[in-house]
Design a binder for this molecule. Structure first.
Ligand code: ACM
Length: 270
């Protein structure tokens, strides 16, 4: 059994150090193997434009925030998956970082950008991957990636047992949809969402909280509140994600018929 969970909170827009302080304080005594934090957990979400985003983002390979999170991972013998505004030269990505006691282990860059993110971030350019953490095979996706069922499917086909899903959810469908993602792929998923709102001079965006942990047959192990901080950790049996049979004679991966799925891999023409 492994212990996985999330920390749901209300990042203050632009207050990277203050948000980091809140995360470090919330997790200072945590007992877990892996904790997931929300999308863009340190910068906040609703940037005005690309220039503002660039002023907040940094390179996670040379980042005081990632260094502090690595120290926490060492102290608590913990892995973290966190949303992160990643800057690489003139490119900026809405990323998820896997951080452990040895530091930054992997960076995933959100493939499917939502709404005004498309004006500010560059779309992800690294393949979906799975990483071994404490005997679990962990895949990452970010928020709106949920709506493209191909993402969770690809991670499952690459062997993921657990999908870590930092989010800043605006629409109300995802929490239910992730239950289906878990059924159709027989995986665990931890969706770490934020709550509250980014109230900016150019407008306001509110987020839905209700972070959750779902088991391979779609059992909702835990769902948090919509409007307050929540640190949740549960024990999960990764073996349940290795048996892909949804019924005695039906395996959700082995019984696929890709010969009939051609349009899925055709270009969307964009
Ligand atoms: C979203 O992808 N943050 C809605």
């Amino acid at each position: 059994m492994v212990k996985v969970g999330f920390y749901q909170f209300y990042p203050e827009f632009g207050q990277v150090e203050r948000n980091l302080g809140r995360v470090l304080a919330a997790l200072k005594d945590v007992e877990a193997d892996l904790i997931v934090l929300p999308e863009l957990a340190f910068t906040g979400y609703y940037v005005r434009d690309r220039a503002e985003l660039e002023s907040l983002a940094d390179d996670p390979r040379q980042s005081a925030t990632v260094e502090a999170l690595t120290v926490l991972c060492r102290q608590r013998d913990l892995y973290l998956v966190t949303g992160y505004a990643e800057r690489q030269g003139d490119r900026t990505y809405n990323s998820a970082l896997l951080i452990g006691p040895e530091g930054l282990a992997h960076t995933y860059r959100k493939i499917h950008l939502f709404g005004t993110e498309q004006d500010c971030f560059d779309p992800g350019d690294v393949p979906l991957q799975v990483h071994e953490v404490r005997g679990m095979r962990v895949g990452m996706m970010v928020c709106f990636d949920w709506v493209f069922s191909e993402v969770a499917r690809t991670l499952a086909l690459k062997g993921a047992d657990l999908i870590c899903h930092p989010a800043n959810l605006v629409l109300t469908y995802c929490q239910q949809a992730m239950i289906t993602r878990c059924i159709e792929n027989m995986v665990y998923a931890v969706t770490a969402n934020r709550y509250g709102a980014d109230r900016r001079p150019h407008g306001e965006i509110a987020f839905t909280g209700q972070s959750q942990i779902v088991a391979p047959k779609g059992d909702l192990i835990y769902r948090g509140p919509a409007d307050r901080d929540d640190l949740a950790v549960v024990e999960v049996d990764i073996e349940l994600a290795r048996d892909k049979r949804i019924a005695a004679r039906n395996d959700v991966l082995a019984n696929r018929r890709p010969a009939f799925y051609g349009p899925i891999t055709e270009s969307a023409g964009m």
